[in-house]
Design a binder for this molecule. Structure first.
Ligand code: PMP
Length: 295
């Protein structure tokens, strides 16, 4: 349990970390956030997360009330105050308290808070056995409506898809985009792996223009795969490409790297986490247990 929450510059006990009912983050989902992991006292990819937060804020014309360095120091202070050696951080900046109308510019001060706690996204045995997922009937937000590149507090698009999965007793759903191409899962990016006798395995993952969040874990895994001599392609994928893949896995800060063994009732590969996926899970595990870079 979190002991101290960082709220607008102060550390306060959780029961004193309260937000106004007039906050536009609450009224309209108007705000931005990041989810960040702590591994062995190191705040994994902190600088990259802060850069994405800054880009999200710029996209919604929210002026962050703290500099990059101030936010980095605040995250560290929160981690220390909670003795959080391995955990999960939620950093949110809302538009702040305003009036009962959409106009964001009546909100005087953004509201910033940081929670350092733990997260378990999927049951641990699924990391060994693999997830079963469905394709959601809910398509990912059209990039011209609300760009999936913006990590905003408005997650209803993803939540509606997640409900569809949960209704079927599953934890994740693949979301297609408005063109019928594969976008991402409700909180993770998607990779498939195809084997090829003559060459190294080929990883494929949708391009940013498919309407996805630019996952920080996704980029780390692409780097690891390339270091392991694998080929990585960023290409539009159809649902059928996922059904036909030899392996499939998801990446995300909370999810880390998790194998997928079935989609819409179709077995992926041989129904077990694939060798390439396991190799990447191990490479990721090695990275976070050794240097876990903060930049
Ligand atoms: N897509 C969505 C919609 C997400 O919410 C997330 C983060 N939970 C991701 C992808 C993965 O991004 P990251 O690896 O940066 O956590």
């Amino acid at each position: 349990m979190a002991k101290q929450i960082w709220v607008n510059g102060d550390l306060v006990p959780p029961d004193q970390a309260t937000v106004s009912v007039f906050d536009h983050g609450l009224l309209y989902g108007d705000g931005v956030f990041e989810g960040i992991r702590v591994y062995n006292d190191r705040i994994f990819k902190l600088a990259t997360h802060l850069r994405r937060l800054e880009a999200s804020a710029t996209s919604i014309r929210l002026n962050l009330p703290y500099s990059h360095d101030d936010l980095a120091a605040a995250v560290r202070q929160t981690v220390d105050a909670n003795d959080c050696h391995d955990g999960y951080i939620r950093l949110c900046v809302t538009r702040g308290a305003g009036t009962l109308g959409l106009n964001p510019f009546v909100c005087k001060e953004p509201f910033t808070f940081i929670i350092a706690d733990a997260i378990t996204l999927y049951p641990p045995q699924l990391y060994r056995e693999g997830l079963s997922v469905i394709t959601s009937s809910v398509i990912r937000n059209h990039p011209s409506a609300l760009s999936p590149r913006i990590k905003s507090l408005n997650y209803l698009n993803n939540i509606l898809a997640k409900i569809e999965a949960l209704d079927q007793g599953l934890f994740e759903a693949v979301m297609l985009n408005h063109e019928g191409n594969v976008a991402e899962c409700t909180g993770d990016n998607i990779f498939i792996v195809n084997h090829n006798e003559a060459k190294a395995p080929v990883l494929s993952t949708p391009p940013l223009h498919a309407g996805i969040l630019e996952g920080i874990t996704m980029n780390v895994v692409i780097g690891l795969a390339q270091q392991e001599g694998m080929e990585v392609t960023r290409t539009n994928l159809k649902q059928q490409d996922l059904y036909d893949a030899d392996e499939m896995f998801l990446t995300g800060t909370a999810a880390e790297v998790i194998p997928v063994i079935s989609l819409d009732g179709n077995t992926i590969g041989n129904g077990k986490p694939g060798n390439t996926t396991v190799q990447l899970i191990n490479a990721f595990g090695k990275l976070i247990s050794s240097e876990a870079p903060e930049d």
